[in-house]
Design a protein around this ligand. Structure first.
Ligand code: SER
Length: 862
């Protein structure tokens, strides 16, 4: 049976039992800050279990993409070493929201496993929570399981919890024992690869709070989860999940790329790679990217782990990215058919992985040298110190588990405690420096401890509609020259969602206090004001809270423009563009987003033009406040994965141009943004670009700055041109001077023709004028005589003859006649006045002949 058939059979089975088949939630949970990755099918229903949300159905079933690599459910270390744990897997699940309970959950599970799928009953085992007699009885009396195969376990195995906090309850699991010893209860829950859990039925009835206390939920629910890859293996009579159609194409491709077989010591490495590339593909498709923090760092570690295992197979160049197509088109009959998001993001996923592999290979090479040195220079102890692990981690980006793995291969231990101590110190240092940064003149750290929050209601925000509010002082404290004031209601926005806090002032009894910061702690807004003169605030005093209007408008323009930018980027570059960060202040907006290449000038222009066109269209804002999260999702509102969203959310909509989850403040219609201009486009990390832009006043300031730059540049150019002209003149003068210098040798070696001194020679003049200038100079310097200068000018020949006044008079020598005759030798002619005449010729090669002819010409004419 193919994996596709099995998935469909599961869904059909529950559809027939009136379950709504719902799509998998993204593997990156955008609405639950307690989770890095979706780790169970029930995540998307958490709000229903907690009584905070509702659905229009009471029963649901799906296949959920899950990643278990961090927090309470972390299988990373198991992956590859065994054949049935994965970092990414599909969880088949069915749910009841306050509808059916234990009996149906258990009997239907049994029906599917034994009636539909015909799994051998004698190999199946059921476990229940130690005190759950009800579940025990149902197994015993309502199924035909061997009663000796119903076992009780404690919290560790049969009480399921989503995370440190969240919905939870006792569970009942179905295990299968594929070994010959299948009647042995000792093998259940004993980490035996032949006896594994297939399906977990959780009876959700409690909630664990942040203090670890359990509370009853208003209703009881069913949450089941079956390991899809395991069930596919079992139904195909395989002992390993990797021997199914889900993994075989991947292993075959890895074998082909590495030229090694899936056998012996290669197996674990190949399994790790096959597993991890699925995780990377799905996580990146859903908007995660490898990086340095949180979820991104986990992803980076997974990629590095896979790349490092690749080296075990001599795959030293990037290769993981090549397996993405296999995941999408071949594995599991083409996972892209079941989860179209991976198909739609194919190229982006490959690019992100390739870039990350390339950069890791560089660090890996350098780190490996360091690692080898550490090993070579270590003493007998065979231990890698905490400092060395820290260096490998901090400088070379080696994940700690990678160092452990490499150490293990060499038979070395790793001082993890020492490493953790150094990590702690580093974090401490970072914390100290941020503390210092924010403290400044007014120390706000831990300020909330001075207030009795239990008796202070959460502050209402009225700043969407108003920028001024007359109200009363609800509570305050004053420390040195700083006062901290809480009001029942405030128009002051406090920094969140990337939008900076408002500026402005509080006015009490005619005294104005500048608001230095606006803090929001546990829903209470604290206005931090400068109180130089020690004004004594009193509770109940009337107070005016006034936001600086101009600043707020600048911020609103930039914030609304950010929404237009986000929507436009998706239109111009593609829907792979996802927000990766945003910061909006009065001067500019900064928007980080996933995209692979540098934006071209054309793309930037296109984006700007579209936004400016939209701005001119006067698109109205619709502010949906406090609407259910589900409703917002249905509207197709874009969300930022990093944000936290409660049950009720705010959605900001500009016509059909942009719909986004957002709690920020905005202009009423697009034309109030006035103008949009991108000022910078850069890269912040591999696969993440950053755009900085300005609007309204910022754009005006930008325009003036550019105009000023142009003016200054123009002035500079004019000045440079003037200097250039001067320099050219100097050069020309110098050139002539140097050429005239060349006349000296001609002047020094006259030949005599009938007692007449004849000065002749070849020179290098750039033009006829220059040649004439030289001839003038020659005529002055020679005093008495005949001078002939010949020069190639371009392709032609220039000749000048000069005759001194005495010879014109006494010998009737004429420059025109002389030059005319000489010119004939170079195929030309010319003439001029008696004292100076010029001629041109065509044949440059004849210059020596022409020079040689000078004496005879002078002789013949004298
Ligand atoms: N939430 C339970 C699990 O993850 C059952 O779906 O195992």
């Amino acid at each position: 049976m193919t994996s596709k058939e099995i998935r469909n059979q599961f869904l059909q089975f529950f559809k027939d039992k009136e379950h709504k088949i719902v799509p998998s939630a993204p593997v990156v949970p955008y609405d639950d800050p307690t989770l890095l990755f979706t780790n169970a099918g029930m995540n998307q229903f958490k709000d229903v279990f907690l009584g905070q949300g509702t659905r229009d159905y009471k029963r649901a079933a799906d296949t959920q993409k899950c990643i278990r690599v961090s927090g309470k459910h972390n299988d990373l270390e198991e992956v590859g070493r065994d054949t049935y744990h994965h970092t990414f897997f599909e969880m088949l699940g069915n749910w009841s929201f306050g509808d059916y309970y234990k009996k149906e959950a258990i009997t239907w599970a049994w029906e599917l496993m034994t009636d539909v799928w015909k799994l051998p009953k004698e190999r199946l085992w059921a476990t229940v929570f130690r005190t759950d007699d009800e579940a025990f009885e149902i197994w015993k009396n309502h199924t035909d399981i061997n009663p000796a195969h119903i076992l009780r376990f404690d919290e560790k195995d049969n009480f399921w919890e989503m995370g440190e906090t969240g919905p939870c309850g006792p569970s009942s699991e179905i295990h299968i024992n594929l070994s010959d010893d299948y009647d042995n209860p000792e093998l259940v829950n004993a980490d035996d690869p032949m006896c594994i859990e297939l399906w977990n039925l959780v009876f959700i009835q409690s909630f664990r709070d942040a203090d670890g206390m359990l509370h009853d939920l208003p209703q009881k629910h069913i949450d089941t989860g079956m390991g899809f890859e395991r069930v596919v293996a079992v139904l195909n009579g395989k002992n390993s999940n990797y021997d199914t159609d889900i993994f075989i194409p991947l292993l075959e491709n890895i074998a082909e790329l590495s030229g090694k077989k899936y056998e012996g010591e290669n197996e674990a490495a190949m399994r790790v790679i096959a597993d991890h590339v699925r995780t990377l593909t799905f996580a990146i498709a859903d908007g995660a990217i490898p990086g340095n923090e949180g979820r991104s760092y986990v992803l980076r570690r997974i990629l590095r782990r896979a790349a490092r295992f690749g080296r075990e197979l001599d795959l030293n160049k990037p290769f993981l990215y090549k397996l993405v197509d296999v995941v999408i088109d071949e594995a599991g009959g083409g996972m892209g058919e079941v989860f179209p998001e991976i198909k739609g993001n194919r190229e982006n996923i490959k690019k992100v992985i390739l870039a990350e592999e390339e950069s890791f290979n560089l660090t890996l090479d350098r780190g490996i040298v360091l690692f080898e040195n550490i090993i070579a220079s270590s003493g007998k102890e065979k231990k890698i110190s905490g400092e060395d692990v820290f260096k490998l981690y901090d400088t070379y980006g080696f994940p700690v588990d990678l160092v452990e793995l490499m150490a293990r291969e060499k038979g070395f231990d790793v001082d993890i405690k020492g490493f953790e101590a150094l990590m702690f110190e580093q974090k401490q240092r970072a914390r100290e420096s941020t503390k210092k940064k924010i403290a400044g003149a007014y120390d706000v750290d831990g300020i909330e401890q001075n207030f009795d929050f239990d008796n202070i209601p959460q502050t209402l925000f009225c700043g969407y509609e108003k920028l001024k509010k007359i109200t009363t002082v609800l509570d305050f404290i004053t420390k040195e020259h700083t006062s901290f004031i809480i009001l029942p209601e405030t128009p002051f926005y406090s920094e969140s969602g990337g939008q900076v806090s408002d500026k402005g002032e509080l006015v009490v009894e005619g005294n104005e206090f500048e608001v230095l910061r606006v803090l929001k702690i546990k829903g209470r807004v604290i206005h931090v004001v400068e109180n130089k003169n020690g004004f004594e605030f009193k509770k109940g005093m009337s107070i005016l809270a006034e936001v600086e209007e101009e600043f707020r408008w600048d911020v609103m323009r930039n914030h609304s423009a950010t929404h237009f930018l986000h929507a436009t980027l998706r239109k111009v570059l593609g829907t792979h563009v996802k927000q990766a960060g945003s910061h909006v202040n009065g001067e500019r907006l900064r928007f980080d987003f996933t995209h692979f290449s540098k934006l071209t000038e054309e793309e930037i222009e296109k984006i700007e033009k579209r936004i400016n066109t939209a701005i001119r269209k006067n698109i109205e804002l619709t502010h949906h406040r406090d609407i259910p999260f589900e409703e917002a999702k249905k509207m197709g509102a874009l969300m930022f994965f990093g944000d936290k969203y409660g049950d009720k959310v705010n959605v900001v909509q500009f016509g059909d141009y942009s719909v986004e989850f957002c709690g920020g403040t905005h202009v009423q219609n697009s034309s109030q943004i006035e103008c949009f201009k991108i000022t910078q486009e850069t890269s912040v990390a591999s696969g993440v670009r950053r755009i900085e832009a300005v609007t309204g006043k910022g754009a005006e300031a930008y325009l003036y700055a550019k105009e000023h730059e142009l003016k200054t540049a123009g002035e500079k150019i004019a000045k440079l041109n003037e200097e250039k002209r001067k320099l050219e003149k100097t050069i020309a003068d110098l050139e002539i001077k140097s050429k005239l210098g060349g006349l000296d040798s001609i002047l020094n070696s006259p030949v005599k023709v009938k007692d007449i001194p004849v000065f002749k020679g070849e020179v290098a003049a750039a033009s006829m004028d220059e040649l004439k200038t030289m001839a003038d100079e020659l005529r002055v310097k020679m005093k008495s005589g005949v001078g002939v200068l010949i020069s190639p000018i371009g392709e032609k020949v220039g000749i000048v003859a000069v005759v001194s006044d005495d010879l014109i008079k006494e010998k009737k020598l004429l420059a025109g006649k002389i030059v005319g005759q000489i010119a004939k030798v170079v195929g030309g002619g010319g003439g001029g006045r008696p004292h100076l005449a010029t001629a041109g010729g065509k044949d440059v090669s004849k210059i020596p002949d022409a020079l040689a002819a000078v004496e005879s010409v002078v002789e013949s004419q004298s």
